[in-house]
Design a protein around this ligand. Structure first.
Ligand SMILES: Cc1cc2nc3c(=O)[nH]c(=O)nc-3n(C[C@H](O)[C@H](O)[C@H](O)COP(=O)(O)O)c2cc1C
Length: 371
């Protein structure tokens, strides 16, 4: 079994954020018809796979300010979603520190076996110091967290692909270790990572299968992609790119803009500012100061991964055209958040996705004719 989904690799892919954390995807008192419980999430996952989504990304938090008061654990929650679906791949988030690679590799290999090869993993390096302090975990400085994450990823790959695996890192050591059974997916379950900083990009250009970044303008995303892909090429490594976007697709542009305005007008200022303070330990703390949230305004932070910046806000036609523009600069996947998840995932599948596929097909013909 390969790690690719069955979908056409020439088509841009879609993932959605699993709302396994309470409070929805925006830090606002606007009504959000979204629930963090398992019943809602099972129905959402089934609707998403029917609507053309390839992946779901669950979140890991041990504590959180900004209104995300309850948080289900990511690996176990991912498994429950996989058990309720047939095609969807679920990406479980894991934090080096609380997790050790031996445990993660074994846990995920078993889930891969149980779900016929549908688990993937997002290695998150940590941005919230308060969380690490609260659970008694060491808090290495920004770039050092990526040294640890890279060793974590190298360990996962080694354990999943080799017998008698040995590794002598700063953080992790293995001696002649053989995991059995290995995961079903070959060569191994897909490994995602998040971040925008220099250290995050460099790690992606060496070891990750996928690089996830916060929302951004097309130009901002292009600059990151060009940078990562040039480095990856010199490392003889291939990395795919996923971009976060908070999608507000409505029948008219006015309606979509009005929803955005209402989200911002009803933002919870204490929670957004507390979140803004916490993020200063992330991107802004990296030596080059280019990481996630380093340049985010109050309005950007209302969607906690800068999802408004990607501007997938408008009519189905506008949203579809902007998605294809992202694809044109090298984006492989859009990671989507929504206000009312189930309803909007279905609307997206009915109204937006067919337009994206139509635009992609038209472009393909144009390219073929030009050759
Ligand atoms: C799409 C995406 C998903 C993420 N999911 C999580 C998560 O579930 N838990 C978490 O603690 N951090 C998560 N992160 C945070 C990153 O792993 C990273 O720590 C953060 O973006 C800081 O990156 P930077 O300072 O290197 O730019 C996510 C980031 C992105 C872009």
């Amino acid at each position: 079994m390969t790690t690719e989904n069955n979908s056409n690799p020439q088509q841009i892919r879609f993932a959605y954020w699993v709302p396994n954390v309470s409070g929805g995807l925006v830090v606002s008192n606007i009504e959000q018809r979204t629930d963090w419980g398992i019943d809602y999430n099972r129905r959402l996952a089934q609707a998403a796979e029917k609507s053309g989504f390839d992946y779901a990304l669950s979140q890991i938090r041990f504590t959180a300010g900004y209104g995300a008061e309850n948080q289900h654990e990511s690996v176990s929650f991912s498994h429950a979603i996989l058990a309720a679906t047939e095609k969807l791949k679920v990406i479980a988030a894991i934090l080096p520190g609380p997790w050790k690679p031996a445990l993660a590799a074994k846990q995920l290999a078993t889930i891969d076996q149980l779900t016929h090869g549908r688990i993937a993993v997002n290695i998150v390096s940590g941005w919230f110091r308060g969380e690490f302090d609260a659970i008694g975990e060491e808090w290495p400085e920004h770039d050092e967290r990526y040294v640890r994450s890279e060793e974590f990823i190298r360990s996962l790959k080694g354990i999943w692909t080799q017998d008698n695996f040995s590794f002598d890192g700063k953080y992790y050591q293995f001696k002649d270790y053989t995991l059995k059974p290995k995961p079903l997916q070959q060569p191994h379950p897909e490994i995602f990572q998040g971040g925008s900083s220099r250290a995050a990009r460099d790690m992606a250009s060496r070891v990750s299968d996928w690089y996830f970044t916060n929302g951004n303008t097309v130009e901002g995303i292009k600059a990151q992609i060009d940078d990562i892909r040039a480095k990856a090429q010199s490392n003889d490594h291939q990395v795919k790119i996923g971009v976060n976007a908070f999608i507000i697709a409505r029948d008219s542009e006015e309606e979509a803009q009005a929803v955005l305005q209402e989200i911002i007008d009803k933002a919870n200022p204490e929670a957004v500012n507390a979140f803004g303070d916490a993020t200063r330990e992330a991107g802004a703390a990296s030596p080059e100061g280019e990481g996630n949230w380093a340049k985010s305004t109050f309005e950007d932070l209302v969607q906690y991964n800068d999802g408004f910046k990607t501007n997938l806000i408008g009519t189905p036609q506008q949203v579809a055209e902007r998605i294809v523009a992202l694809k044109d600069v090298g984006v492989d996947l859009v990671l989507a958040g929504f206000l009312h998840f189930i309803e909007e995932v279905e609307y997206f599948g009915e109204k937006v996705l067919p337009l994206v596929r139509e635009l992609e097909a038209r472009k393909k013909v144009q390219l073929e004719e030009a050759v």
